[in-house]
Design a protein around this ligand. Sequence first.
Ligand code: NAD
Ligand code: GLY
Length: 367
Amino acid sequence: MSSREECVSIDLEGRSYNIVVGEGSLHAATTFEGLPSAHAALIVSNTTIAPLYAATLRSAIKSRFPVVHEVLLPDGEAYKNWETLQLIFDALLSNACDRKTVLFALGGGVVGDMTGFAAASYMRGVPFVQVPTTLLAQVDSSVGGKTAINHPQGKNMIGAFYQPRLVVCDLATLDSLPLRELSAGLAEVIKYGPIADVDFLDWLESSIEDLMARDRAALAHAVRRSCEIKAWVVSQDEKETGLRAILNFGHTFGHAIEAGMGYGVWLHGEGVAAGMVMAAELSRRLGLVDAAFVERLTALIARAGLPTKGPVLDAADNAGRYLELMRIDKKSEGGEIRFVLIDGPGKAVVRAAPDALVREVIDACCG
Ligand code: NAD
Ligand code: GLY
């Protein structure tokens, strides 16, 4: 590991792995030293990212894998589905890849989630590595082993828990990220403050402009601290039987926005941003936080260039449409929606809320 790299470990007994956070890590063969050896690797990427970074990754791993195949997926959340997943299986089978083949997910959360799901199911499981190239993927989706595709009726509804062998976050890849995508990633960074770490929330308030300006030191701290918090949560509750659900702060409303608008219209992070404001406001109306906390969080989200209000999904009955979509959420139990709420800054709880109150929040927070 070079001096400009740091390593966060995720402790999962036989499935522990490292998250490397560095600058230029993608160039170094040493980054990939601990991986199992195999005859072949498959780089899974998309048509936007591969021209930027696939040659670099290929060069870094070529000494470990005599044959490196590549498959490029269409770019976008709208393609996170069965048809696109099939392209990965087609590439594996047409190249006669065996069960030792290592998959590399080179891209954002969409490529990562689909590659992980393909790795979980090809020959009942092959090793895979996450090489996240968006801020969102570096701070969240590449870590923790959630893999999935969308269903037209619900976000991430079909998938598996399947851990990568290594996560490589090269901060240099964030230089080419469009600003809107950087902001979307900041939504997932911000979420860690209210749910788990008030000091981090304070730091974000003093550093948000540096992050928006892609200051490398600020980004390094944000990625490392986010990964530390996520690793701490996932190590205690890998399969989301309890604690891990707090990582979905803002996501119940956010997933409804994504599905209701049509996948790809609102970015995932944008839905989460507006969703966090709604969840904070619901927390306030339930007496868990005060108005000052909601204002504080809303202001930070706005400074990160993110929406603080949700869209209107149905002009006739907007709240009804949100409720209908939110009932398909994975946290729902027996049709009852369960929300991640803030129970004082730095502490999250998961609980149901009366429909009437949720309707009031949606009416107040959309438009
Ligand atoms: P994304 O994968 O669609 O990437 C965003 C856009 O940026 C794409 O157009 C992509 O091609 C482009 N891009 C990626 N890296 C780039 C770079 N370095 N330079 C230029 N362009 C680049 O979106 P995302 O925000 O990374 O991920 C969102 C997805 O992640 C959603 O599907 C969400 O459900 C999922 N997610 C999963 C988890 C999990 O735990 N598995 C957690 C959070 C989000
Ligand atoms: N992004 C939420 C989780 O990984 O649990």
